[in-house]
Design a protein around this ligand. Structure first.
Ligand code: PLP
Length: 417
């Protein structure tokens, strides 16, 4: 296997023979259109992510947090991207690539629904039919995003195997793709899957650090001491880190979901966290060798996080490699810390973050003393999608910073947010 399919010992193409033609065709298209800008592909991507997506996005000085931590804190505002999260950078890039490849149909998987929503929007924008595979459990949990996808014209196919969540949805989408490669492109949602997906998704997301690196030097006069991003599969993470990886003086922190505990229950096959970088072992999932939550027999365990978008048993192979090389610090915070950070950012800065994003701010709260004097945090998405979860989870706990939400509970009918 040539090195560019690998990141050290991670990555690769662990797929059934039937998928190889699709992978080879995609590799060729990635090299020609993305890396070599054939037919002006990257120029068109940049024009569309500006006009349709709203880029460039601000790097905002966070005044209250800077004062609280006695550290200059800057927010990279990916929550302001069209659709409310960084996901569109990748979805738009891949749907456009499918057009250039002459494909006629898009398939995608989604867990929390954010990637499915971004893909459905990009497909509507570029006039491509789109089918989204989604676990039955997730369809029930994520109704607003199911609505958004349907309204954008996507077809939703429920996946009933296993626990009916993201892991099964990815497997089902790969099965579809293997039988429809001639006409179809699979828009994967993070820096995971077989090569060339991890590199390609990173390249589309790296627009985040391309902007942020310039903006921080313009505003603060130098490179930051630390860059923080939450990590599920790791696409906002790699996008935020990519252009800083060569800057040895910049610390890179991938903040995972510590869930309710870092310990695992082997008998139940459950890890009450999604901290695959911090606690996982090496194995193969969805076409790549990476760090995974697995039991001592190599069985993949169910993950858990209060934030649906971080709830995944694997992580991108490049991140796993950068952690092994000591270039990226794998850290985590638990559900409670993420919820408190959600409320703090909302109250102090007027920015309601996604629960995924809130993990990065939870880490800032706990470790700001160790991060230096200038910190950039990626706000991967906005929190509107999480309000029901936040209401429910906040009431269960005794948090330091939560507002009194009884007016919502007491209102007639309740629950009508
Ligand atoms: C999907 C999502 C994530 C996690 O995905 P990554 O690939 O790790 O970036 C993080 N934040 C938000 C807002 C998301 O929607």
């Amino acid at each position: 296997m040539s090195t560019d399919k690998m990141f050290g010992e991670y990555g690769g193409q662990f797929v059934p023979e039937s998928l190889m033609p699709a992978i080879e065709e995609l590799t060729d298209a990635y090299e020609r259109y993305v890396l070599d800008n054939e037919d002006g592909f990257m120029d068109e991507f940049r024009r569309r992510i500006e006009d349709f997506g709203g880029r460039p996005l601000p790097l905002q000085h966070a005044e209250s947090l800077s004062e609280r931590y006695d550290t200059e804190v800057y927010l990279k505002r990916e929550d302001l991207l069209h659709g409310g999260a960084h996901k569109l950078n990748n979805a738009l890039g891949q749907v456009l690539l499918a057009k250039y490849m002459g494909k006629e149909r898009i398939v995608a998987e989604t867990g929390a629904g954010q990637h499915g929503t971004a893909t459905a929007m990009a497909a509507a924008h570029l006039d491509m039919p789109c089918e989204v595979y989604m676990g039955e459990t997730d369809i029930r949990r994520q109704r607003p995003n199911v609505f958004r996808m349907k309204i954008n014209g996507a077809e939703i196919t429920p996946v009933t195997t296993g626990r009916g969540t993201l892991k099964e949805a990815i497997s089902e989408t790969m099965r579809d793709w293997a039988t429809t490669v001639e006409t179809t492109h699979y828009v994967i949602g993070s820096v995971v899957g077989p090569a060339p997906f991890p590199r390609m998704v990173r390249d589309f997301q790296s627009v985040i650090s391309e902007e942020a690196r310039e903006q921080v030097q313009e505003k603060a006069g130098r490179l930051p001491d630390a860059v923080l991003a939450c990590a599920g599969g790791g696409s906002n993470t790699m996008g935020t880190f990519h252009h800083f990886v060569g800057d040895d003086e910049v610390g890179l922190y991938a903040v995972e979901a510590g869930g309710s505990s870092l310990s695992v229950d082997e008998a139940e096959g459950v890890a009450p966290n999604s901290a695959s970088l911090s606690t996982g072992g090496e194995g193969v999932l969805h076409g790549a060798r990476t760090k995974l939550l697995q039991d001592s027999h190599g069985q993949i365990m169910e993950s858990h996080s209060v934030s649906a978008g971080l709830d995944y048993a694997g992580v991108g192979p490049e991140l796993a490699h950068l952690v092994d090389e000591d270039r990226v610090d794998a850290v985590n915070v638990d559900d409670d810390a993420a919820l408190e950070a959600f409320h703090r950012l909302s109250q102090d800065e007027g920015v309601i973050p996604a629960l995924e994003t809130a993990h990065a701010f939870g880490y800032l709260e706990e470790h700001h003393d160790d991060l230096g004097d200038l910190v950039v945090v990626n706000v991967s998405g906005r929190g509107d999608k999480d309000l029901e979860t936040v209401l429910e989870e906040t009431e269960k706990r005794d948090l330091d910073v939560a507002p009194d939400m009884s007016v919502l509970r007491d209102a007639a009918g309740g629950g009508g947010m």
